[in-house]
Design a protein around this ligand. Structure first.
Ligand code: G3I
Length: 322
């Protein structure tokens, strides 16, 4: 039987997973599944600022370079994740801003340099960059982050300009969660990217993360949402799909999970602008969910022993039908 990437090939939509580089190094079953099933990969953590610059001015791309090498060896595209985010910032940076030793002016230069350095380091190896991640609240207002507080809303346009300067070919994404359907948050993203495009800011794509839970209804009108971004001339992608369940999982919840994966994947497959569907980890063995949502889990396509679940079969079927 065909693997997911073999099934995805004729659809033109890439199928991806987030990769935990520790598991990639230590767990041969994990590594072989990443290689066989997916044709794009995203580093789950190792391109984030706290990892690549743990001490000010001391860059460490060791783990990220290994991931890029793995992708090259297996002819996979890499989604770079993520350049500007409020989370997983290095301690020296947040501390410096807090104690006033990093001024606003300096912070702007530090961000500019971070983007130039990281994008420059990986130039030619990154298919798409999540340039700005999670800048909005669910009500559509801008998130009160260090970036907004210190630099004002213009940091978003600046980040895209700086990233484009460092790599003209990478597809530059704005990426967020709870933006799969049409709602106040995706409306705000829509308004922002429309403005940025009209000002000539080099933003080319919008990613919807796709972190769903069977405790909530499916996001409304996902295909229409992707389509409105497509009509602006943007590419779209599902960048971090998973569907968590409150444990123990009932048969109905498992079925709802299959529907969740299927709904997101079909929305992408049916919308021309959608270029990839990435799951945020593919096995329950290494999921971020139990750590952040205690009592929830089993969110992935394979169980902890690498047995494909019914969600895997749903993805397989949707790719086959597309
Ligand atoms: O690397 C340290 C390790 O040295 C230490 O021993 C260990 C002890 O807790 O922590 C390790 O760091 C953890 C890191 O993952 C690497 O495993 C952090 O504590 C943990 O907070 C971090 O969680 C990540 C989370 O982002 C942080 O916000 C998850 O793995 C990662 O899946 C998650 O990914 C995000 C996307 O980037 C953006 N969208 C939402 C998504 C899910 O939250």
């Amino acid at each position: 039987t065909k693997t997911l990437k073999q099934l995805a090939k004729p659809t033109g939509v890439r199928i991806g997973t987030a990769v935990d580089t520790a598991a990639l190094a230590d767990d041969a079953t994990y590594a072989s599944a990443v290689a066989k099933q997916f044709n794009t990969i995203t580093p789950e953590n190792v391109m984030k600022w706290e990892v690549v610059e743990p001490e000010r001015g001391k860059l460490d791309f060791t783990e990220a370079d290994k991931l890029v090498d793995f992708a090259r060896a297996h002819k996979q595209k890499v989604r770079g994740h993520t350049l500007v985010w409020h989370s997983q910032l290095p301690a020296w940076l947040t501390k410096g801003v807090d104690d006033g030793s990093i001024t606003k002016k300096q912070l702007r230069r530090i961000l500019k340099q971070h983007i130039a350095t990281e994008v420059g380091h990986f130039k030619g190896d990154i298919w798409a960059w999540d340039v700005v991640n999670e800048a909005f609240n669910d009500d559509g207002t801008l998130r009160d982050s260090l970036w907004l507080r210190e630099l004002g809303p213009g940091y978003i346009a600046d980040a895209f300009r700086w990233a484009h300067k460092a790599d003209k070919k990478a597809i530059l994404f704005y990426n967020d969660y709870n933006t799969e359907g049409i709602n106040p948050k995706s409306d705000a993203v829509y308004k922002l990217v429309k403005e940025l495009r009209s000002e000539g800011v080099p933003i080319e794509a919008v990613g919807v993360q796709g972190h769903l839970s069977t405790d909530y209804p499916l996001p409304a009108d996902m295909q229409a949402n992707l389509h409105r971004f497509g009509k602006l001339g943007l590419k779209t992608a599902v960048t971090e799909a998973d569907v968590r369940i409150t444990l123990p999982a009932s048969a109905a919840e498992v079925q709802a999970q299959d529907n969740g994966y299927s709904y997101m994947l079909q929305s992408c497959l049916l919308e021309r602008s959608c270029i990839s569907f990435t799951v945020w980890g593919f096995t329950d063995k290494y999921s971020w969910i139990p750590g952040v949502f205690p009592g929830e889990g089993q969110a992935n396509l394979y169980d902890e022993s690498y047995q494909p679940k019914s969600a895997y079969a749903a993805v397989q079927r949707d790719l086959q039908l597309a």
